[in-house]
Write a protein that binds this ligand. Structure first.
Ligand code: 0XW
Ligand code: MG
Length: 369
């Protein structure tokens, strides 16, 4: 099975219900990039990469497309058999830019799964479950409104909530955390996500002011070095998200003992194949983590869920997919959906999702003979 053609598309994904607010940025529409790989045997594989704006992390939509333009011509005619060889070929054309390579990695796995007749979860080592928990992300908001939505979401079946804080005064963040805790208590596990927005001093204050509340503190400060200084000074466990820029960053955080868990993003780590390495490192050290992406449609959602299915369930912090903030699906027949706070793992070969034909309009680029 060889690569005959690569078509690149874009999809604009407006945020349902207004802006998605985080400490670092507010976003209103996300710009997704899709790759469609057509093989010489007629099979078609899909991949996607969708940074949540240009500020959340050092990724942006135009950067992804420029990287794809560097890589794609070198893949035409390549055999899709060894994912490792294809990764090497991509590295030989472009250094870094894992979030663009991630889209190709997804499409290669989709094609390989279709050819072998197995779901992508099998290619990632094998599923341990057929249903994974999602988690609900509560944007930066007022204490009352955030607690109201938290209560509602727990009632629908979510077992974990992520409460966004930061970018405003500490008093309000502390009030939000207390209100959510009063509203849901132990009915859901809570992650408080600073999205890099707090100083070390503010993180320590917040930790003390919420001492009796059970939560994990996700990416409170901007850099891994700042977060390293929190070691031994916090009552709450600290998770890294944005700082997990690649496999080496994860290895460093684990060896320094500065992370009690992680919020992983498939595209940031360079794709599903690279994610299996950090998943396995976490297994060795019994570290919990999520399998998310920053945003994206059904292709990214399927990728997150296949990977999440291969994680030891007791350490799975959930697969965050953007469904709650997106209107509609790429695949109306077999969408990836959250039902009672959980997501069924696609059982069909490959990723198990296919965008409706023609839904992205004309390709913005075509590579091939
Ligand atoms: C909740 N998320 C996975 C979605 C947005 O990309 C932000 C992110 C996070 O945890 O920071
Ligand atoms: Mg986060």
């Amino acid at each position: 099975m060889r690569i005959d053609r690569i078509n690149v598309y874009t999809a604009q994904l407006p945020v349902k219900g207004g802006a998605y607010r985080m400490a670092s940025d507010d976003v209103e529409t996300l710009d997704s990039t899709l790759v469609e790989i057509v093989a010489n045997n007629g099979l078609v594989g899909w991949g996607e990469t969708c940074p949540i704006g240009p500020v959340y992390q050092p990724h942006h939509a135009l950067g992804a497309r420029a990287a794809i333009a560097e890589i794609a011509p070198g893949l035409i005619g390549s055999e899709i058999a060894s994912i490792r060889r294809l990764a090497k070929q991509m590295d030989e054309r472009l250094n870094g830019h894992g979030y663009a390579k991630a889209a190709f990695d997804m499409a290669f796995l989709d094609l390989l799964g279709l050819k072998l007749g197995v779901p992508v979860s099998t290619l990632l080592g094998g599923a341990l479950t057929d249903r994974v928990p999602a988690y609900y992300s509560l944007i930066v908001g007022s204490p009352e409104e955030t607690a109201r939505i938290a209560t509602e979401k727990v009632k629908t079946g979510y077992v974990r909530l992520q409460v966004k804080i930061g970018g405003r005064n500490l008093e309000e963040d502390v009030a939000v955390i207390h209100k959510v805790w009063e509203a849901v208590g132990y009915k859901a596990r809570i992650a408080v996500d600073g999205n890099r927005g707090l100083t070390v001093a503010a993180a320590i204050h917040l930790d003390r002011l919420c001492q009796a509340i059970s939560f994990v503190f996700e990416q409170p400060c901007n850099t891994m070095d700042e977060i390293a200084t929190l070691k031994g000074r916090m009552t709450h466990p600290v998770y890294l998200d944005e700082s997990t820029e690649d496999q080496n960053a994860v290895l460093r955080a684990i060896s320094l003992g500065i992370a009690d868990g992680f919020g992983f993003k498939v595209t940031r780590l360079g794709g599903l194949t690279k994610m299996t390495t950090v998943r396995d490192l976490c297994t060795v050290r019994s570290l919990p983590h999520s399998c998310d992406d920053a945003w994206g449609g059904d292709i990214i959602a399927a990728a997150c869920v296949h990977l999440a299915a291969t994680v030891e369930p007791s350490r799975m912090e959930g697969a965050w997919i953007a469904q709650e903030y997106i209107n509609g699906h790429f695949d109306g027949k077999n969408p990836v959906i959250i039902d009672k706070g959980h997501i069924a793992v696609p059982q069909r070969p490959g990723l198990g999702v296919k965008p409706e034909p023609g839904m992205f309009g004309k390709p913005i680029a075509i590579y091939g003979p």
